[in-house]
Design a protein around this ligand. Structure first.
Ligand code: UT7
Length: 302
């Protein structure tokens, strides 16, 4: 479903588009859970890779909107895909930074354990955390899922990554409520100090991207594509500018999807692969910042 100006608040399509770049979002129907979106994305990625589910020996789901407090969404995805090989399956909760965290962990497990093929998914039903009386948040977030498959190989793939967090900024973006005694204790909705997140995001993304490039002995001009977390086109363009990356090489899906938190990078990657922009051998820089705050960047050769 596309949703522009929201229901009971004073806002306009013009305000939303000019401040964030968002025109459309998608909300899951009431019957669909995050694991349904995740399993659908996983099936599409398996088909694109020409693999069947037997090949998967690790499942990581980056999500902040799990189906339930437990079991983990990754275990539910394992069941929905009919995977019975006992592979490890767990969730990573680093909010909008989640997909970069998940890819980094999967890469480390491939390098350091017997894992050969990892299914890494970013999936969210963020619409369920929205307070439709709060115009500062309810016009921004949407639902979605994207997935990638990482395989052990002698060829280059993930070139390097860096992850960071600073819990001292936990107040600027949060859902404060918690489950206790049979109900939600406290506020169950997303609360955000938008301008504070905006400012922090640009400097964190700039620094961590430079850190990863240095680690990989690459300069920014070596990257063919920047695939950032899709929170706000103004953040994405300002960061690309600071990094010296032309807007032509910025993959942006924020107009079509809004901010889908951990799902935004794999959704953007999927679009850029399928429309032929990202080709084999291309160097891709991804970066994200999210509540916590968490942030990270990852360099990859496609
Ligand atoms: O994904 C995790 C990280 N999240 C982000 O990166 C989000 C970061 N923040 C942002 O993207 C931006 O801060 C927003 C899009 C949330 C807001 O844009 P902004 O340019 O920072 O606007 P603002 O919050 O400074 O608000 C400007 C004005 C205010 O009115 P006054 O005080 O100037 O009269 C707001 O009350 O816009 C008002 N406003 C709105 N007006 C119409 C806030 N939300 C709305 C709205 N419609 N939906």
């Amino acid at each position: 479903m596309s949703l522009l100006a929201s229901r009971d608040i004073e806002t306009s399509d013009e305000w939303i588009y000019s401040r964030s770049g968002i025109q459309f979002r998608h909300f899951a129907d009431d019957q669909s859970q995050t694991s349904d979106l995740a399993a659908a994305a996983a099936s599409r990625s398996l088909a694109a890779a020409g693999l069947n589910t037997d090949a998967i020996d690790l499942i990581i789901v980056a999500t902040t909107t799990p189906d339930a407090v437990f079991p983990g969404t990754a275990c539910l995805v394992q069941r929905k895909l009919g995977i019975r090989n006992g592979c490890a399956a767990f969730d990573i909760q680093a909010v909008c930074g989640g997909f970069v965290y998940a890819l980094t962990v999967a890469d480390a497990m491939i390098r350091g354990t017997s894992v050969k093929t990892a299914l890494v998914i970013g999936a969210e039903t963020f619409s369920r955390l929205l307070d439709f009386r709060d115009r500062g948040t309810c016009v921004l977030f949407g639902d979605g899922a994207g997935a990638v498959i990482l395989r052990s190989s002698d060829e280059p793939g993930i070139l390097g990554a860096a992850l960071h967090a600073d819990g001292h900024h936990s107040e600027i973006l949060k859902v404060p409520g918690r489950i206790s005694g049979g109900g939600v204790l406290g506020d169950p909705f997303v609360r955000m100090d938008g301008p504070a997140v905006f400012k922090l995001a640009i400097s964190a993304l700039h620094e961590v991207s430079e850190e990863v490039a240095t680690k990989c002995s690459l300069s920014m001009s070596d990257f063919d594509w920047l695939v950032p977390h899709q929170a706000n086109i103004r953040i994405m363009e300002a960061t690309a500018r600071k990094l010296g990356i032309s807007a032509n090489y910025l993959v942006s899906t924020v107009r079509e999807h809004g901010n889908t938190s951990a799902a935004s990078i794999p959704l953007a990657l999927d679009q850029a692969y399928r429309d032929g922009r990202i080709c084999r051998g291309d160097k891709v820089l991804m970066h994200a910042v999210g509540a916590g705050v968490t942030w990270g960047a990852l360099a990859m050769q496609a």
